[in-house]
Design a protein around this ligand. Structure first.
Ligand code: CUA
Length: 326
């Protein structure tokens, strides 16, 4: 209904109607009370105006009923806003299990996107209708913000760490992609297009867009060319006999998503953030029982390459059963 109204974006994701409903509820409540208060200010200013210099106002004794009414009504309304808002928020931040991965790197002044199948795009994003897509995002320089109004999705993209967002497009079409954080001279030009395609069109696009190698394969190539496997062997780990010499670094087979013990006594979940940190600042959180030998790859690897290595590590087997014996 709002499609032709230029100030209101299209509604094209599984969340956009829920976000809109909440938005209109908040606007409605605010508008109602703002109008009510404005009207009462005007009406009372006439009704209770001082009619002669000698006139004195009557003493006000207070009213328990009135106090209760204007406490309970706003309290209930704010509770509704809180619960409703929290439900929409959790739906917006927790991606469904079937979501496919998409890696996003922002830089002055463009969006670089990488599909798991290996296709890379700049300022263009092709996604199929109905498929949930989880974004892992970082920046090479300053803070940007990935904003697709038609999906009601906006997430800051920060240098030095990963942020996540997800969406499920529900309607084929082309939608604006904006940078929503002022990031320098050409911030306003840091825009792009999201192409939401019917699944068969998307398949055609995928096979037509030259991929060469998947993101995980690119990661494996990096892993091998940087000789990561010299310290973190990935072959034949399952069959290491007891007492065999241990590698210099912990095995990364099946490590992604698990909890590791750290040298300082703490623990860490092996997630994207931890792997990135271990590559760029390996001394930060060293795995228990290993010497802090690993060199930093800061400056040698770009954010896209770190993401490729992460994609590769994710493919290295499922998490082993408890007590993996590393
Ligand atoms: Cu990037 Cu504004």
């Amino acid at each position: 209904m709002w499609k032709d109204f230029p100030l209101f974006p299209d509604s094209a994701s599984s969340l956009s109607d829920r976000v809109d409903a909440l938005y209109f509820f908040l606007i409605g409540v605010s508008g109602f009370f703002a109008s009510l208060i404005c009207a009462l200010v005007v009406i009372f200013s006439f009704k209770y105006k001082r009619r002669s210099p000698k006139e004195r106002g009557a003493a006000i004794e207070g009213s328990l009923a009135l106090e209760l009414v204007w406490t309970i009504i706003p309290f209930s309304l704010t509770l509704v806003m809180f619960v409703w808002g929290a439900r929409v928020y959790f739906a917006a931040v927790v991606p469904p299990a079937d979501a496919s991965e998409l890696y996003v790197v922002g830089k002055q002044w463009m969006w670089k996107l990488q599909h798991p199948q290996g296709q890379r795009e700049i300022n263009e994003l092709h996604v199929p209708v109905g498929q949930a897509v989880r974004l892992t995002m970082t920046s090479e320089d300053v803070i940007h913000s990935f904003y697709v109004p038609a999906f009601r999705m906006k997430q800051d993209v920060l240098p030095g760490r990963y942020t996540h967002a997800w969406f499920r497009a529900t309607k084929a079409g082309e939608y604006h992609l904006f940078c929503a954080e002022y990031c320098g001279t050409k911030h306003s030009g840091m825009i792009g297009t999201v192409h939401v395609m019917e699944p068969q069109d998307y398949e055609r696009w995928l096979s037509g867009a030259m991929a060469g190698e998947t993101t995980a394969e690119a990661g494996r190539r990096l892993y091998e060319s940087l000789r990561c496997d010299a310290c973190h062997p990935v072959q034949a780990q399952a069959g290491v006999p007891a007492g065999a010499p241990v590698a210099r670094g912990p095995s990364l087979v099946g490590a992604f998503g698990t909890l590791v013990a750290l040298a300082d006594g703490g623990t860490a979940v092996v997630d994207e953030e931890y792997v990135r940190e271990s590559i760029l600042r390996p001394m930060q959180r060293v795995t228990k029982d290993y010497e802090p030998l690993m060199p930093s790859y800061e400056g040698q690897l770009g954010e896209e390459q770190v993401l490729q290595i992460i994609a590769y590590l994710k493919t290295l087997g499922a998490a082993p059963a408890a007590g993996g014996g590393r």
